[in-house]
Design a protein around this ligand. Structure first.
Ligand code: KIV
Ligand code: NA
Length: 266
């Protein structure tokens, strides 16, 4: 299958074909999701909470993202791979943002970067875009700003909230972004933004009237006991993996593993 590229994202919106996105943080999961036909893989800074044992995304470094981005891109043949710029690697201004994005592109083989914010980071999106690097925006609940937002909460509620969010969405598009993630946004607001933007919207907790959907793969696959309300659990992989480990331990202790077929003769 041919590689998904920026023009396919816009074509999908024009044709009303929904875009699929999952997070991926390593080569084996990226290969599975790519083979499953997922259009776009996001190397999210959610790697901080899902994989690295941090409580938030804030401690994630550019080194963390580059290592994961390289693993995902190397295992992917069709999907469009997007790497998050982590907290502290673009806020200072367009120069810092461009340097971070260039490093990601040089060292990973990804197709695009993503960063959070609307009007407040439009200059960064413009600088990266002008360097020939596609940018995906991220609006609504933006986890890197969780301390000022007061934790995971729906954004864009009320007339003023919807207006602010719409202004941010326009700014992201005007700055040259190729798509925008809308996280924890009221259905009606996400729908309105999706209608007036030319670039595709990819929702997470933003209802169905958007151009695509993204989920954190560990939520989607039921890796942990808790998952957010906006996620559906398409599997119970956590339970299955724990059972496999327990079965292995039982068989080692009983001597049932390894059997003759797992062993070598002289
Ligand atoms: O890091 C991440 O997983 C994300 C998605 C939730 C959009 O940014
Ligand atoms: Na992210």
């Amino acid at each position: 299958a041919r590689r998904v590229r920026v023009h396919h994202l816009r074509q999908a919106k024009e044709r009303g074909e929904r875009i699929t996105m999952l997070t991926a943080y390593d080569a084996p999961t990226a290969a599975l999701f790519d083979a499953a036909g997922i259009d776009t893989l996001l190397v999210g800074d959610s790697i901080g909470n899902t994989m690295l044992g941090h409580a938030t995304t804030l401690p994630v470094t550019l080194d963390d993202m580059v290592r994961a981005g390289r693993a995902v891109a190397s295992a992917t043949r069709r999907a469009f791979v997007v790497v998050d710029l982590p907290f502290g690697t673009y806020e200072s201004g367009p120069e810092q943002a461009l340097a971070s994005a260039v490093r990601v592109m040089k060292e990973t083989g990804a197709s695009a970067v993503k960063l959070e914010g609307g009007r407040r980071t439009a200059a960064q999106i413009r600088a990266i875009t002008d360097a020939g690097i596609p940018v995906v925006g991220h609006l609504g609940y933006t986890p890197q700003a969780e301390n000022s937002l007061g934790g995971p909460r729906v954004q864009g509620r009320g007339d003023d909230g919807a207006e602010e969010l719409s202004q941010d969405a326009l700014a992201v598009q005007e700055a040259g972004a190729v798509a925008v993630v809308l996280e924890m946004v009221p259905v009606e607001v996400a729908e309105r933004i999706t209608e007036f933007l030319q670039i595709p919207t990819i929702g997470i907790g933003a209802g169905t009237h958007v151009d695509g959907q993204v989920l954190v793969w560990t939520d989607m696959a039921g890796m942990t006991d808790w998952s957010p309300r906006f996620a559906r659990r398409y599997a119970e992989l956590g339970r299955a993996l724990q059972q496999a480990a327990a079965d292995f331990a039982d068989e080692v202790r009983s001597g049932a593993f390894p059997a003759a077929e797992h062993s070598f003769g002289q």
